[in-house]
Design a binder for this molecule. Structure first.
Ligand code: MN3
Length: 215
């Protein structure tokens, strides 16, 4: 059984950019619901024996397992997303700054591109900073639950742009939400760990013996 990982900060730590009310619903209701649904869907099936990342990769192109994929990927996405946010202001390291300049022209151009991808993702989905297998950084957006485990890229940062992520605080003003998060909450220290491969995958194993979710 998968269990809800603890948040890396308190529910009010991201306020006012993300209110404690939003975070309590987003983490305590939405994220938890994905975990509960996933557990129910894989109960008694071979998939129950697999690691979360394996479940995601194995069901990504299987129309018969669409519900499993959607819930498993959303479990992964949210666990990753919470780590991409920091109550304490962080800045890209020199090495990260150089990479961002090489890929996007400047840190500011990255931020504008990332916000654009987040704002223009039609309907529910995610914006991502990823590292392609060739090593260059890219901005991508994905619909619904799709994530870089499916595209074959390494996730560095993400932003959830499902309405449940911002509607209580910003109503229809998604671009105000994305600008505030990019300006004040992005966790560049976590991004650096992801880039260097030091950050553990969000969730290692599904089983009780090793089921404390790493974050
Ligand atoms: Mn969400």
């Amino acid at each position: 059984m998968f269990t809800l990982p603890s948040l890396p900060y308190s529910l009010d730590a991201l306020s006012p950019v993300i209110s404690s009310k939003t975070l309590s619903y987003h983490y305590g209701k939405h994220h938890k619901a994905y975990i509960d649904k996933l557990n129910n869907l894989i109960k008694g099936k071979p998939l129950e024996e697999r690691a979360l990342e394996e479940i995601i990769r194995e069901t990504a192109t299987d129309a018969d397992e669409e519900a499993v994929f959607n819930n498993a990927a959303q479990v992964w996405n949210h666990t990753f997303f919470w780590q991409c946010l920091s109550p304490r202001k962080t800045e890209p390291s020199r090495a990260m700054t150089d990479l961002l300049k090489d890929s996007f022209g400047s840190v500011e151009d990255f931020k504008l591109g990332f916000e654009k991808a987040a704002n223009e993702q039609f309907g529910s989905g995610w914006a991502w900073l990823v590292q392609a297998p060739e090593g260059d950084l890219k901005i991508i957006s994905t619909p619904n639950a799709v994530n870089p485990l499916v595209t074959g890229d390494k996730a560095i940062l993400t932003l959830d742009v499902w309405e449940h992520a911002y509607y209580l605080d910003y109503q229809n003003r998604r671009s105000d939400f994305t600008a505030a998060v990019v300006d004040r909450l992005l966790n560049w220290e976590f991004a650096e760990e992801c880039l260097e491969g030091k950050a553990p995958p969000p969730i290692q194993r599904p089983h009780p013996a090793a089921s404390s979710l790493r974050h």
